[in-house]
Design a protein. Structure first.
Length: 317
């Protein structure tokens, strides 16, 4: 399983990098040089701010090197693009033939993008063998979403430059400004929410497969519905602004609730995030009837009286 997972992850990222470099190269060729600088500056700024938001939290896996972080960005910004192009085109074609153009932006964006990002989160968590707690899925999801959003902004920035009748620079700046003010960190938050659900699906011990699937599809469904609602255009006037504000309240409120929940879990364990040398993939199977209950207490940490959890134990180093 791990061998095939690593192969899928590696091949997907290589193909994704090729596609992304081609897209960026074409964009740079079609717009003025200042626009490329604007896109580069915006891309770097987005990564710095988005990374800092998670880096200062106790959820960040300090014990790991930065390879996992780069893999997250590469999947989000590169591999996801290829997956979206494969599974996104058919649904757009179907909607056009059914004359359901109203749903094309909402469904055509939310459906393939959330699946592609969450697929990367699941692969990274399983293949790395170094994560062990649900909040690791929250962080990995956030970084995958950050990579996707930063790359997507480059594409939209170049597109805005090309369609502006007066100035490439004005078109690029207007798009970057709009996407920064309206829905900042949208994909980062969406994938962090679904990533936390994947973390529960993978790392909770002694639960049946149906509950793992419920976590997985529940997380995917939540991120999909929020993304679908955000992309839905219901009016050309003030009603649309009210709609977006309402969706933003639910979206960012859910993200902050997950954030607080993860931090409280870390405090309950009595320490910051930990890593283990091997992910017990057997825990993904149905628990044995006579299996002893698992615990999340770390080596050397005395649990309080009555304390009981469901996470698989972290082995001694």
């Amino acid at each position: 399983m791990l061998r095939y997972g690593k192969t899928v992850l590696l091949v997907s990222m290589i193909l994704g990098v090729i596609v992304s470099l081609f897209s960026i190269g074409m964009s740079a060729f079609l717009v003025d040089a200042p626009v490329s600088l604007i896109n580069l500056a915006g891309f770097i700024a987005y990564l710095i701010v988005g990374t800092a938001i998670f880096r200062v939290s106790p959820m960040w896996p300090e014990e790991l090197n930065w390879k996992w972080y780069l893999i997250c960005l590469l999947w989000g910004g590169c591999a996801s693009v290829g997956v979206v192009s494969v599974i996104g085109s058919p649904i757009s074609t179907v909607l056009k033939r059914l004359n359901l153009m109203f749903f094309e932006a909402a469904l055509g964006g939310a459906y393939p993008e959330e699946i592609s990002k969450l697929l990367g989160v699941a692969l990274i968590l399983i293949v790395s063998q170094r994560f062990s707690r649900p909040w690791h899925g929250f962080v990995v999801g956030g970084m995958v979403g950050l990579g996707f959003e930063a790359f997507e902004n480059i594409v939209y920035g170049s597109f805005g430059a090309m369609i502006d009748p007066n100035s490439d620079v004005d078109g690029a700046l207007s798009v970057w400004g709009y996407r920064t003010v309206a829905g900042p960190g949208l994909h980062m938050c969406l994938t962090a929410i679904s990533g936390l659900a994947i973390g529960y699906a993978i790392y909770l011990a002694d639960i049946p497969m149906r509950k793992r699937l419920a976590y997985m599809f529940g997380g995917l469904g939540t991120s999909f519905l929020l993304h679908f609602a955000w992309n839905t255009i219901i009016s050309a006037g003030n009603l649309q602004i009210v709609w977006w504000v309402g969706v933003a309240i639910v979206l960012y409120g859910t993200f902050l609730s997950c954030w607080v929940h993860c931090v409280r879990q870390i405090k309950t364990e009595g320490s910051g995030p930990i890593t283990v040398p091997h992910l017990p993939l057997a825990s993904l199977e149905e628990p044995a009837p006579d299996a002893p209950p698992a615990t999340q207490v770390m080596p050397g940490v005395q649990p309080p009286e009555g304390f009981s959890t469901q996470y698989p134990p972290a082995p001694h180093p």
